[in-house]
Unconditional design. Sequence first.
Length: 221
Amino acid sequence: MPAEADWPGRPGAFITVEGGDGAGKSTLARSLGACLSESGHTVRLTFEPGGTELGRRLRSLVLDPELAMGDWDETWLFLAARASHVQDVLKPALAAGELVLSDRYSDSTLAYQGYGRGLDIERLRRLNSEATQGLTPDLTLLLDAPAEIGLERTRARSAQADRIGDADLAFHQRVNAGFQKLATDSSDRIVVIDASRDASHVLMDALQIVNDWLDARVSAS
Ligand code: Z5A
């Protein structure tokens, strides 16, 4: 079984942005990436499902509201997209010393397929570990906003149907509660940000957290 120890002392930094639908992940990832680039970091902005050609094609399948699929079928598609993302994008970028900022990663599988769909969490953890070759984020920013606020934002943005986003409110509430549980269980890695505030406040908090983490990393080396 691949383990985190397969990646000792990697030169780059791996930061993920997680949260429920409409929490503002993509908005934050873009603005945070721009600020970190301005301060001299080589930033690789990427996302899941997507980030590779295979990931983009799997994304259109898994979100297609016309396509029925079982919960494990859905899970395998996300895992396949992740495996190609790790192999083709994340590993090379981290090996080159880049600061990788990924909009969603393995915590999304635990929150959506585990806590949201009700699939076995421990099995999902094992499958995540295989798909990622043991690559765990160094730091995760969890954007927390009530599901009602997130869904209101995404519906205001577009009326386009989406197989997962269109699930009922209770599903999205279970997903958010699942993210909270993950943050409690991995408090050394996951930092929660109140994402119900406006985007500039969310960015300010995120920048502070990332800069403090980067400073601590330099001091420790
Ligand atoms: N999924 C899964 O089930 N399992 C997995 O393993 C993975 C994913 C990896 C991906 O679709 C779906 O796949 C997702 C989880 C599932 N569920 N759904 N649906 P997606 O990429 O299309 O969806 P998303 O990841 O949830 O992205 P999103 O809907 O675009 O949400 P977001 O990135 O958090 O929000 P945003 O695009 O930055 O902002 C949404 C709108 O709100 C936009 O108009 C912004 O201008 C506005 N916004 C952003 N921030 C704010 C603040 N702070 N205040 C007010 N308005 C704001």
